[in-house]
Design a protein around this ligand. Structure first.
Ligand SMILES: [Zn+2]
Length: 251
């Protein structure tokens, strides 16, 4: 964990280039907790870009977690997802200092999420706030699951998950595949009911978390984004995520 007095902070990027200032406010309880969280996490995820300060901020957030009330910890974790998911698009060099800090942060946040999920009060909090539940679920995906999938779902949030991007290697593509209309070229996967604890199957626990508030935006399209695409032009079958990633890379 990089000390807040280190001159290295001045070399680290964030949208406002002052992530260390807001992190200090957060740690020193200087100002509103939620406002400080909002500014810091927006600073680290503006326009869904990756910022180098993120890796060094995460271990400090992990250290903060045990000092927080349960609602504040849920709020903090819910807001960190976009900054973390962006690493999927701008991967860190393995064994770099930044990568080690990032891994330290992710490992700590995974532990905190496991503790939260084992506490029945977490479900009570999430049920009371559908927007927070959606943010927490996507953040949990960024931390516990595939950052690439989380990044894709953050991108598609601009369309309220009503449509997705798709491209086959044969050249067929669709910028706005209507996910919510269940297009015939997507075979949905069957997503089992979540037991409330297991993190073995990503679509199962993600859908389970979202089901706490009867989410009608993202949860209904999960069987399709985790499903199989059948190209309308050449008939080739591929996971939808392959279609999404190809579209983002080539179009
Ligand atoms: Zn094709």
């Amino acid at each position: 964990m990089l000390d807040l007095t280190s001159p290295i902070w001045k070399t680290l990027g964030a949208a406002g280039n002052d992530a260390d200032k807001w992190l200090r406010h957060l740690i020193e309880e200087d100002g509103s907790f939620r406002e400080n969280v909002d500014i810091l996490t927006e600073d680290l995820s503006h326009q869904l870009s990756w910022y180098s300060a993120t890796a060094y901020v995460l271990p400090h957030l992990v250290a903060l977690c045990p000092t927080l009330t349960l609602p504040d910890e849920i709020y903090l974790i819910a807001k960190t997802g976009p900054a973390i998911a962006a690493e999927a698009e701008w991967p860190l060099s393995p064994d770099s200092d930044a990568c080690l800090e990032f891994q330290e942060g992710i490992t700590g946040l995974r532990h905190e999420i496991r503790l939260l999920l084992a506490n029945p009060e977490t479900a009570v909090q999430l049920k009371s706030d559908p927007e927070l539940c959606q943010e927490f679920s996507l953040s949990a995906l960024s931390i516990m699951g595939s950052r690439s999938h989380a990044y894709g779902l953050y991108l598609l949030s601009a369309y309220c998950w009503e449509s997705g991007h798709a491209a086959c290697a044969c050249g067929w593509n669709d910028e706005e595949l209507p996910l919510s209309e269940h297009p015939v070229c997507l075979e949905p996967v069957s997503i089992a009911r979540w037991d409330g604890r297991s993190l073995d199957s990503e679509p199962v626990w993600l859908s389970g978390l979202l089901s706490l508030t009867d989410d009608k935006e993202l949860r209904p399209v999960l069987p399709y984004v985790y499903g199989t695409g059948v190209c309308p032009k050449c008939g080739r079958r591929e996971p939808y995520w392959t279609w999404h990633n190809r579209f983002m890379k080539e179009y």
